[in-house]
Write a protein that binds this ligand. Sequence first.
Ligand SMILES: NC(=O)c1ccc[n+]([C@@H]2O[C@H](COP(=O)([O-])OP(=O)(O)OC[C@H]3O[C@@H](n4cnc5c(N)ncnc54)[C@H](O)[C@@H]3O)[C@@H](O)[C@H]2O)c1
Length: 285
Amino acid sequence: MSSPRVSSLGIAGSGIMAAGIAEVALLAGFDVVVRSRSERGAVDLEAQVSKSLGKRVERGKLESPVRDAVLQRLTTTTTLGDLSHCSIVIESVVENNEQKVLLLRELDEVMPAESIIATNTSTLSVSDLALATSRPDRVCGIHFFNPATTMPLVEVIRPVTASQSTIDAALAFVSSCGKDAVLVRDDPGFIVNALLFPYLNNAIKMMERGTASIDDIDTAMKGGCNFPMGPFALLDLVGLDTSLSIIETLHAASDNDADRPAESLVRLVAEGHLGRKTGRGFRTY
Ligand SMILES: NC(=O)c1ccc[n+]([C@@H]2O[C@H](COP(=O)([O-])OP(=O)(O)OC[C@H]3O[C@@H](n4cnc5c(N)ncnc54)[C@H](O)[C@@H]3O)[C@@H](O)[C@H]2O)c1
C-alpha cells in the first residue's frame, strides 16, 4: 500500500504529550487536529500550545506573525470523526491498555482504511493494540519523549503486524518533524524506557531504604553522571501515574520481584499526587 505524504496530523488526547506533539508538528508545517474528550481539555491544550509558542516569541526564536500563522493551523475538536481526513493519527491518551484499546477501536471505525493509527504508548504492547483494530498492518508506535518540543528522539515501534509502508511513513513523518528516529522491535519499554525505568524505580527504593534523601540522590545523579536532571525530578516531570504504569508493565514482562514498583510511588499515585501536573509528586510545585 502506498503512503501519501502527511499534511494533516491527527492527535487523540489532550495531555502533556499531546500538546507537545501538536506543537512539534505545527512548527514542522503540518495542519494539526487534536481530539479531546472534553471542551475543557481542548481549551487547555490550545492554551498550552499558545503559551509555549509565546515563550519562543519572547526568546526571539519565533516572529509573532509566524506564531499567529502556526496557531491557525491548529484545530481542536471533541469529535473523533473530525480526524478522518488525517493520514496519520497519533493516540496519546492515558497509559492504560483497556482505554487505548477502546480508543483504537473507535479510531478504526472513523479513519479510512489506508490511514495510519500510531500510538505514543511508553511500554504497552503495540502488537496487542494493533490487533484490536481491523488494520493491524497500518498500526505502529511513534513514541515521542517529554518535553516533545525539546527532546530530539522519537522511537518508531514496529509490531510484527505492521507493513513496511507503515514503518516507512512513520519514519518519514518523524524525520519531517526534525526528530531523530530509531526503529525498535515491540519489546516492553522499547529501548529508552526499558533501560530508564528500572533505574528510576531503584532510585525510589534507595530513598525508601534511607540510603540518601531525594535531594541528595538527584544531586548525585546530576553531578556524578552528568544527567540533566535527577531521578525524582524526572519522575515528577513524566507523571507518577504514567511512571507507575510503565514500571508495572516492565514488572509483568520480567516476572522478577526486583522489578516490583516502589511502595512510595504506588502510594503517591493512590493519593492523587501525580507530579508536576497535579502540583505535587515527590516534590511540591
Ligand atoms: N509523560 C511522559 O513523559 C510521556 C513520554 C512519552 C510518552 N508518554 C505517553 O503518552 C501518553 C499520554 O501521556 P501524558 O503524559 O500526556 O498523560 P496526561 O496525564 O498528561 O494526559 C492523558 C490524556 O489522556 C486523556 N484520557 C484519560 N483517560 C482517558 C480515557 N479513558 N479515554 C480517552 N482519553 C483519556 C486525558 O484526558 C488526557 O488528555 C501515555 O501513553 C504515556 O505513556 C508519556
